[in-house]
Design a protein around this ligand. Structure first.
Ligand code: SIN
Length: 301
């Protein structure tokens, strides 16, 4: 954690009055809704501990009605760790590089944000040596139709893995690459700029265990996704492809999924060590804009 975020944590917990808020599990067993909290106010140590526990227990928490500024969004996110700066600097919120704009809006013919973010299932920033702990996505402008975000529980996916897949991946590691789908996404739409040499240097492929242990709850989870995982290390290409395809299909079985239908001012905070997610998309003529912060995690093991 950076010096700045440690200082913030001390300031914020000192003397903040407790808030009266509810945490309710969502129907279906994945996720919880938190109401009655104002994340724009400093959280007391006790309130922060309740929120953190809910995030670990439910993997995705939905804070309703958060009328917070980008700086308040950043300050709350920083209490969980160092924030990651997305490689696509073109889509940082001006003045706030910690925020990635996720949006399909064009202004003067140019995208204001990443219009195809989350088009394939993924865990945020799994292509870095230190993938993300969690992400916080705050609704700014929502379409009247569509625009849902789906989350798949990778602990459940691991727990229910058929025996032949469990055997096939035991002790294995897989390659994660930011470029896995980049060229395909460039062909499918007009959102993705060509990457500079400097950007490419920031996203060299990495290797992570196929099954990771959550560093806080110690539960095991599958840690592969169609968005960023390209192959299983040390396996013939066709075998690796076949196993990855089976793992991807198993991960997103309907019983592993929570589908979030956005409401105005929602802030959704998910655990990238426990879940993968997907943006379902909306009709292209409807405007959608959200702000995302991403917290750095630790080395998967
Ligand atoms: C993302 O993958 O971070 C974006 C998800 C969304 O837009 O629903």
């Amino acid at each position: 954690m950076s010096v700045a975020s440690n200082a913030l944590r001390r300031d914020e917990t000192a003397g903040a009055p407790p808030q009266d808020f509810d945490i309710r599990p969502l129907p279906g067993g994945i996720g919880a809704e938190i109401t009655g909290i104002d994340l724009g106010l400093p959280l007391s140590a006790g309130d922060f501990a309740r929120v953190r526990r809910a995030h670990l227990d439910h993997h995705v928490v939905v804070f309703r009605d958060q009328r917070i500024t980008p700086q308040q969004h950043i300050d709350f996110s920083r209490r969980f760790g160092r924030l990651m700066i997305h490689v696509l600097h073109q889509f940082h919120l001006p003045g706030h590089p910690e925020i990635l704009i996720v949006s399909n809006i064009l202004e003067d013919g140019k995208p204001i944000g990443l219009g195809d973010a989350g088009k394939y299932w993924h865990s945020d920033i799994s292509y870095k040596p230190l993938p993300s702990l969690g992400s916080l996505l705050h609704a700014q402008e929502l379409p009247a139709e569509g625009g849902d975000t789906l989350f798949a529980d990778m602990h459940l996916a691991y727990d229910t893995l058929p025996a032949h897949l469990r055997r096939a991946i035991e002790g294995r590691r897989a390659v994660h690459s930011y470029l896995a789908k980049y060229g395909q996404l460039q062909q499918e739409g007009n959102w993705r700029p060509n990457l500079s040499a400097e950007q490419l240097a920031q996203v060299r492929e990495v290797v992570h265990p196929v099954v990771r242990t959550h560093p806080e709850t110690r539960r095991q989870a599958l840690f592969v996704s169609e968005g960023f995982t390209t192959r299983i290390e040390g396996m013939p290409a066709d075998e690796s492809r076949a196993i990855l395809d089976e793992l991807f299909a198993h991960s997103i079985r309907p019983e592993h999924i929570y589908r979030h239908a956005w409401r105005a001012h929602d802030l959704v905070f998910w655990d990238n060590r426990s879940l993968i997610h997907l943006a379902a998309g909306c009709p292209p003529h409807l405007r959608r804009k959200l702000y995302r912060t991403t917290i750095e995690g630790d080395t998967p093991f």
